[in-house]
Write a protein that binds this ligand. Sequence first.
Ligand SMILES: [Zn+2]
Length: 391
Amino acid sequence: MFFVSVNYPNRIIGGVGVMKSYNICKRCVMDTTDPDIFFDESGICNHCKEAEERLRKPPLGLSAGQKAEALQSIIRKIKERNRNKKYDCVIGLSGGVDSTFVAYKVIGLGLKPLAVHLDNGWNSEIAEDNIKNILEKLEIDLVTQIADWEEFKNLEIAFLKASTPDLEISSDHAIVSLLYYYAAKENLKYIINGVNTNSESILPSAWSRGHNDWRYIRLINKKFSGYTLKTIPHRSFLKSKYDKYIKKIEWLSILDYLDYNKFEAKKIIQKELNWKDYGGKHYESIITKFWQGYILPTKFGFDKRRAHLSSLIVAGQISREQALEELKLPAYPPEDIEKDIKFFCEKLGISLEEFEIIMKTPAKTFWDYPSYEKSWYYKVLKAMRNTKKAF
Ligand SMILES: [Zn+2]
């Protein structure tokens, strides 16, 4: 078994599909670099509207008092159920702002978490220091699973060769699988996570897809790597249903109960946990920084900062003007590009020539490869779910 940290995330405009003329939303900063975006007659995009819808739903749409009450009721249930156990919930810990704030809050609420971390070989030093500080200050037990580097490296190279924008889902999938693994092992029913609607309500599916799709990940590896996946934590379609319906493990996004504001959260954890900032969203991981800041904009033609900044605009945490100002800054520090390409290639064991070929290979999408989502049983289940909703 692989032991653990956390972390988490298409198409070139004109690279795939129909070429659209450039347009940008009048309310947020999403634009036609998302090939599936559409605008209403006032120039407002579908992402804004869908995000607003999500923010209106419980728990986010509840009053502050109702949210506090709902959260207290869940916390009471978790404590009662696990009174005699060493732990009462599982949390992921990456050293990033969201997961650190979750750890801080969970301890503040009197819970007894088991923290889980996947070391996929790309942790930044800052993230590792942050984790050390968090564990010491909050006295939390941590289980770290170190990925088999040969296996993990080859999986990442396979995604590079597959030419889809989904390389990072291999880490995301492994982390989530690991959280469920430890929840089941310790017989715990709650995974308390840092996923939050305020800063993550917008993310086009064309920019990242297949996080829960082990078939997609496994078959990309099979086609492009030739290296067998033996130890990477994963969950099949059936296992995910088993965890949900038989084991009844729940995924609690606690930050949605807390009117989460990342800027405020940073100040608190800096003061209380000596937490250090690493820059962009999810840049606690070196590969995430390079992937989102360099490869996605350069090869796939989109900048994930747009989705993140747009989420913050809809949540009322920044203005559109602030977001546009931030987007004027380069997605990646130009002075670091050459040095970091070299580091990236050396770490993965590929030559600069191979990297150049990868960057020039035309972009593909999730839909170009087999997956659960493309299978007949997935479609049947989806149709059944939609029919049930309609009645
Ligand atoms: Zn918009």
